[in-house]
Design a protein around this ligand. Structure first.
Ligand code: ATP
Length: 352
């Protein structure tokens, strides 16, 4: 395993009145791919730049393998970086772009060429060494940027929204390629994204940032199934908000009594957060609920259902059920799993 251990310890960074980082604490284990996920402005890029050395925190430390590197200049840190916009040098061909860092470090020309060719093969583009960036597609440019970032075998790889400018299909292919490469190299990788699907599909663990601090860090399944806060529940995946009532250690919702995970809120009226795939919809003439909209998606269909009390819920049903659950169908709605989260909240249900 070649990756370093990275630690953000109590990082704070202000820009005038804006607090970009507010006591960020996070440890990334050697060889791990961690995604920093959060809405625009939550501090993802600032955290990454503090690790790269392009930004300095007002307080706190960045540690790499337990060594404090907070004040070490960027060019002396052992990190490769790929940005959203293609940052290749336009006047250099692909081989020279990839070799750039090696040239700065005075690696002999023959070795540079050999290594560049090795990397071109690694990214699946062995024949483009002589081309210039403007002769490449966006996906190819990002592959080359990745090759350049790992040319010097850094122990940390920093990726700042590297896929955001690409079209959907290339994005999904490159997700897999980056992950495969990262696993085979064992390089510790921090991946900044605001795309939850990207984060969940690629990362060992996802760190959700909010207003400059860590809201939750967990593996993708735990984050999805057991979000620690309503903010995380909201940000990761689609969530229904249904009105419920707490009775003892259970919650009553949609006429059912379900167990609550963790301590029950002290409020009696609560917001019950449930995923669309745990909402069961069955045709029933006196079911009290009505299908409003149906969006067919192939293997599933997403229904928007109006409940008896006027609130709405989303339900994901098998695609082959879409016909018998067409808009206008009267239905019964129930939950097949305990809620993801029960939070003190408003009395009206909503879908967000
Ligand atoms: P995005 O997804 O939009 O890139 P982000 O989560 O990466 O957002 P940051 O770029 O880290 O967020 O910015 C956090 C906050 O700090 C934002 O409010 C931003 O406007 C502010 N900020 C970042 N860099 C600077 C700077 N150099 N000068 C002033 N404000 C800055």
């Amino acid at each position: 395993m070649n990756g370093a251990r990275v630690e953000f310890r109590g990082l704070r960074r202000r820009f005038g009145a804006t607090v970009a980082l507010d006591n960020l604490n996070l440890t990334v284990e050697p060889g791990e791919l961690i995604a920093l996920l959060g809405p625009s402005g939550c501090g993802k890029t600032t955290a990454l730049r503090c690790l790269a050395g392009f930004e300095h925190p007002d307080e706190g430390q960045v540690l790499v393998d337990d060594k404090d590197v907070t004040r070490v200049p960027a060019n002396r840190r052992d990190a490769g970086m790929v940005f959203q916009s293609y940052s290749l040098f336009p006047n250099l061909n692909v081989r020279d772009n990839i070799s750039f860092g090696m040239r700065v470090r005075k690696v002999p020309a023959a070795r540079r060429h050999e290594r560049a060719q090795e990397l071109l093969e690694l990214i699946g583009l062995p024949h483009i060494g002589g081309r210039y960036p403007h002769q490449l597609s966006g996906g190819q440019q990002q592959r080359v940027a990745l090759a350049r970032a790992i040319a010097l075998e850094p122990r940390v790889l920093l990726l700042d929204e590297p896929l955001s400018a690409l079209d959907a299909k290339v994005r999904v292919t490159l997700r897999e390629e980056i992950r495969r490469l990262q696993l085979s190299l064992g390089i510790t990788t921090i991946f900044v994204t605001h795309d939850q699907e990207e984060a969940l599909s690629m990362a060992d663990r996802v760190a959700v940032l909010r207003d400059g601090h860590l809201e939750q860090v967990a593996d993708p399944a735990t984050l999805y199934d057991r979000p620690a806060t309503p903010f995380v529940a909201e940000f990761v995946g689609t969530m229904n908000h249904l009105p419920g009532t707490v009775v003892g250690d259970r919650v009553e919702v949609l006429g059912q009594s379900l167990p609550i995970d963790g301590p029950a809120p002290s409020a009696e009226r609560v917001e019950v957060l449930v995923r669309p795939e745990t909402v069961l919809v069955t045709p029933e003439s006196d079911g009290g609920a009505l299908v409003m909209v149906s969006s067919f998606r192939g293997s599933t269909a997403r229904l928007r259902v109006q409940l008896a009390d006027g609130t709405e819920a989303l339900a994901d049903v098998p695609g082959h059920d879409a016909l018998r659950l067409a808009p206008g169908t009267k239905v019964r709605v129930s939950l097949v799993e305990r809620p993801v989260l029960v939070a003190p909240g408003t009395e009206t249900g909503d879908v967000r």
